[in-house]
Design a binder for this molecule. Structure first.
Ligand code: OOG
Ligand code: MG
Length: 260
């Protein structure tokens, strides 16, 4: 794919998000779009946000749990970029109309304490480099009609990144077994889904180790201060004005999103 087409497709997704519209899947027009070409579109899309003033705050993993893979019909993990413009303030109700097809999912977030890079990084290295883990809600928003896509489509669309909200408590991962970290997701007081950390690639740190190796293969790595979302633990809940969604985690605390 030539650079001009890559840029034009990134602009199409950028404009769709800005105007709260959806567009047909890119693969409808470009059926042979590869995963690598899709990541190039994503990079161009992130570049448009950065040109408009956004700053990178970390990385997000997607489709790291069976629940999510089943939900979207795609069984490989995907990677996106977190930006400061996507971060929500805890305690401030979110005007959900800012997103076209808003959904929420509970995730375990890692705050990376020191640079982490290289092809040999394991879950143990990730845990040693993690300053804290935090409860998180990711708000997803596909820019595609009917919230349907193939793997290259969702990669190009910044892995449906919408917003993210981190809980207010930092917990050291040292004395935790994140595999066993239970999560209860409630929507308007009703339990919507439950899971444990092991739902995420067997262990959230394994998912992040995979991410670091993936970044190493592309000449990058995690930086000190990066936030990493390790991937949705459960199926999503849809969001509408008035909804209150809470993700409660054993030993990590909770995070609540109020929608207006
Ligand atoms: C794709 C993004 C998936 C996750 O945590 O699994 C994702 C989607 O479901 O729209 O962020
Ligand atoms: Mg997610």
């Amino acid at each position: 794919m030539d650079p001009q087409t890559t840029r034009a497709l990134a602009q199409r997704l950028y404009d769709a998000a800005a105007e709260h519209r959806t567009v047909p899947m890119l693969t409808a027009e470009h059926p042979s779009l590869t995963e690598d070409e899709a990541y190039a579109i994503q990079t161009a899309l992130v570049g448009l946000h950065v040109a408009a003033g956004a700053t990178r705050t970390g990385m997000k993993l997607g489709l790291t749990s069976k629940a999510k893979q089943r939900e979207m019909g795609i069984d490989v993990p995907i990677v996106g970029v977190l930006l400061d413009t996507l971060a929500l303030d805890p305690g401030t109700p979110f005007a959900v109309g800012q997103l076209g097809q808003p959904r929420a999912e509970p995730e375990i977030a890692l705050l990376i304490g020191r640079e982490l890079a290289g092809p040999g990084v394991t879950a143990a290295h990730v845990l040693a480099a993690t300053e804290a883990v935090m409860p998180a809600l990711e708000l997803l928003d596909s820019r595609y009609d009917g919230y349907r896509f193939t793997l290259p489509d969702v990669v190009a669309d910044q892995t449906s990144a919408g917003r993210y909200l981190l809980g207010g408590r930092l917990t050291s991962p040292r004395d935790l077994d994140l595999r066993l970290t239970g999560c209860v997701l409630t929507r308007n007081g009703e339990v919507a889904a439950t899971a444990a950390g092991a739902a995420v690639s067997g262990h959230p740190a394994s998912a992040v180790a995979w991410l670091v190796r993936w970044m190493a293969a592309r000449g990058g790595g995690l930086r000190a201060g990066d936030i990493v979302l390790s991937g949705g633990m459960t199926a999503v809940v849809p969001l509408a004005p008035g909804d209150v969604v809470t993700a409660e985690f054993d030993r990590l605390g909770s995070v609540t999103l109020a929608c207006r």
